[in-house]
Design a protein around this ligand. Structure first.
Ligand code: ADP
Ligand code: MG
Length: 355
């Protein structure tokens, strides 16, 4: 049986805010945490039991980290595949590295989603000038050119209106491997988070609506106003994908809401920004749920008990804590980052709605 008992140490690869909130949840449940990150003074290091600062290619440091923990998880996607493979040869990694192999690469990810019979935007690979011209012909304009790897918060993607645009955009993206996607005229963006246990039990959180500004999540409304129309399909999609990937832990599914139903945009096998509301709005917050799943516990209740709005505090907006501090229904989370660049996720606030 794969129960990791309290007192054990959970290794977390990545030191950002997701690692910080995972470490807090783990600590409450009696676990120690050990963060592995290349960054000094990382948000997670402020609350973890131990931190190793090391490069993802530093096999000596990674081996020592792997040997010092009882289970490993990760808090972001852009970890080199070899890093997780190496850790997996020493200690159980959850979710397993093959999950990340599929979800960190936009082409593999969309091919996988489609292979499960689940709808996505139309897409085509772009690895040469010929493929680019061919892709524009098949998909048409407007469309979106995205690098297959390393993109986040809208980085590494360009909206295209003509073949000429596409050529310029591809050069600007460094002529690296890309995916061209049809531009979806969605009525809303939504996401759902499913947790899957070591026993294959799966539980979904309610569907939420996500409002982006400049491609970065601005606000999450939980539950989504359109929950009654789309929850059943969202749950079905999320459970199918989590099962097919054999995820242990969380899987976040970002979707576009269209007249034809939901289209899956991308997957993240980890806690997700659009799930932060669960810390106040659901009996089991997403961070606790991830720890429960990877440590072999039964999954907690995911029913929303309070409708919420979660607003990201980007850049200098973190100073709004002073306003929110006056509001009893506002729960401020700040990540301990000292350098507030525009667009940087400095914190978030969850506001309990009164309806
Ligand atoms: N095919 C598309 N059609 C319309 N809008 C898109 C499309 N792909 C991405 N977007 C917009 O850009 C945002 C970011 O894209 P996404 O693929 O989620 O990348 P990431 O979140 O990793 O930066 C989406 O939330 C959506 O608002
Ligand atoms: Mg996204």
């Amino acid at each position: 049986m794969s129960l990791t008992p309290p007192g054990s140490t959970i290794g977390i690869v990545g030191g950002g805010q997701l690692g910080r909130m995972l470490a807090r949840a783990a600590s409450r449940m009696g676990y120690k945490t050990h963060i592995y990150t290349p960054d000094k003074d990382s948000p997670a290091s402020h609350v973890a039991t131990t931190t190793t600062i090391g490069a993802y290619q530093d096999t000596t440091a990674l081996r020592a980290f792997g040997q010092s923990v009882d289970v490993v998880t990760f808090e972001f996607e852009n970890i080199p595949a070899e890093t997780l493979e190496m850790l997996d040869s020493i200690v159980t990694v959850r979710p397993k590295p093959s999950v990340l192999f599929t979800t960190r690469h936009r082409l593999r990810e969309k091919e996988f989603i489609r292979a499960q019979g689940i709808a996505t935007a139309p897409f085509a690979p772009v690895r040469s000038n010929e493929e680019l011209a061919e892709a524009i012909k098949t998909i048409g304009v407007p469309c979106v050119l995205k690098t297959t790897e390393m993109g986040y918060d809208g980085k590494g993607q360009v909206v295209i209106k003509s073949l000429e645009d596409a050529v310029v955009a591809w050069v600007a993206l460094g002529k690296t491997e890309c995916i061209l996607e049809g531009f979806i005229d969605f009525s809303a963006e939504a996401s759902v988070i499913v947790a899957r246990s070591t026993l294959g039990e799966a539980r979904c959180y309610p569907l939420v609506q996500n409002i982006h500004r400049d491609h970065i999540l601005h606000k999450t409304i939980a539950p989504a106003p359109f929950i009654d129309t789309h929850q059943a399909q969202a749950t079905q999609i999320a459970k199918t994908l989590a099962e097919a990937l054999d995820v242990v832990g969380l899987l976040a599914v970002e979707m576009f809401v269209t007249e034809q139903g939901l289209l899956v945009n991308e997957l993240a096998p980890r806690p997700h920004n659009s799930g932060h509301w669960t810390m106040e709005g659901a009996p089991t917050g997403q961070f606790e749920q991830h720890i429960r799943a990877i440590c072999g516990w039964a999954l907690g209740d995911t029913t929303a008990h309070r409708p919420c709005e979660m607003v990201n505090l980007l850049g200098d907006d973190w100073q709004l804590w002073q306003e929110y501090a006056k509001q009893p229904e506002a729960h401020v989370h700040l990540y301990g980052k000292t350098d507030s660049r525009p667009g940087r996720k400095m914190g978030h606030v969850t506001i309990i709605r009164r309806n």
